[in-house]
Design a protein around this ligand. Sequence first.
Ligand code: ADP
Length: 581
Amino acid sequence: MFVVWAILTAIAVAWSVSSAKQRALSDVMQKAGETLSVQTEILSGVLDKYRLLPPLLSQQSSIRALFVRDAEGNAQTIDARRAAEAISGMSAARDVAFVFPDGEILANARESFVERDEGLPELIRVAEQGRLGRAALSNSRGERTYAFSSGVRREGKFVGVVIVYVDFYRVEAAWALSARRIFVTDQAGTVFLANDADWRLKPISQLRQTGGVGRYLIDGRFEDRLDLVRRLPVLEWDLHVLADPAPVAAARLSAASIATLVGLLVGMIALVVLRRNEEAIIKARTDRAIALRLERVVRDRTRALSITNQSLSQEVEVRREAEERLRKTQDELVQTAKLAALGQMSTALSHEYNQPLAAIRSYADNALRFLERGAIPEVSGNLSRINGLVERMAELSRTLLSFSRKPGATIGPVPLGTIVDEALLLARPRARAAGVATIAVGEGVSGLYVVGGRIRLGQVFVNLINNAIDALSGQSDAVVEIDARREGERIVVTVIDNGPGIEPDQLPKVFEPFFTTKEVGEGIGIGLSIVDNIIRDFGGTIMVTNRPEGGACFTINLRAADPENGVADGESILTSSRAVV
Ligand code: ADP
């Protein structure tokens, strides 16, 4: 690219230099040529004028009459001199001379050249032959002239010669105004006329270094000049005008500079444009590459995503199937658990019912035998025992009923103290029977309200107190304590005893249904399970721990209720048909 630009610039520079040179050269030549034409005309005019003068004068009778000598050989010098001065003055010739054929000067106007006979014999000889004599002359003062001569004849006899000397002073003075060198060389190559005085009468070979167009001695040193030459028709001399080629060189230089500058400018613009183009192409390529990379990444990601999607849907399907299987298995397990629970329950229940039934049978049999014997008081005793056993079976039946029935949905603010008191009423007989003398209720219990159902909360306390009584059975210092406190929006109720507590490994199991450590017939293990469900229904929790000093501690956490909003009424546990375990 750079090479192409350099070649184009070089061509442009060369072309503009050459055309500028041509223009400047033709301009210089034209001006010099104009000078040459004008000066040729002037010089030819001057020479023509003086060329015609001698033949005209020699025809004049008054002039012819001057060429006589008297007997002593004296001529009419004074008249001849006057005539010469008159003619010279009128024609502005350098000089006018009348000369006898033998070379003696009859008279002349200014005596400038005629004192020397240089050229004079030739002028006389040619004039004698009837032709126009001509001679280029110069004197010791460096003055130059051109002489035209014509023969004077009287009655066919050659009596003298009229010579007119041409004055080049005005011509050279006019040339002096020109900046260009103007000069005339004769046939011998000598500079005859010149606007530089130093050049006059010197051979051109001394003033010029090379032939034709070349270097000329200008003001002491050789300089390049263009030489325009024209032949003068009268004299066979050459008129030269030297033109200074400096404008050509200057034009070439300025054309070269301008062309180079333009080339540089064009080159720079081209460079900028190319650079921009290149940058645009690179940017487009980069953008394309980025777009392709992005496309590839997106494609890869899409493919990976669709693969992931596929495997996810497969996984979902597998999970769905697994869940289905799990659900089925769970259903089966539940069914199995239900059956197991039913089995357990049946065993426990059959035990619970068979024992009193067997007792009832033997009491009834005995009563019959006592009746046969007429022992009425024993019959009565047996019947009342049967009554007690039936009552116990009925109680068991009610408990089962309460377990199976869905509890009432109504919950609301209930008075904790009242409920605890009611539960105690139910529990005290059993406590007395078991020898548990003290069931204490803390002061914190009264006045507190909790969110719950009155009967079911009563059931909770009856169950907990009964369990404590069972654990304390036969213990002399047996104590059960119920207390409560408010903790922010919660009410914490504790039921503690000083019994043996619960085996640590059994602590997590006591709320499970059918977990019991009691003998068959004494417990079926659903009491705490029911308690846990009831408390959950109230939005509360129950937990059990062993006290460090011995005994179990059941902690119930319930929502505190605001009695201002009304107390949830309903039947008391004392009047309820439901029993407790
Ligand atoms: P049940 O009373 O029929 O056994 P529960 O669910 O009421 O059923 O009680 C489960 C078990 O928890 C009891 O068998 C007993 O071992 C244990 N338990 C409950 N309360 C106490 C307590 N206060 N002290 C010691 N053990 C207790």
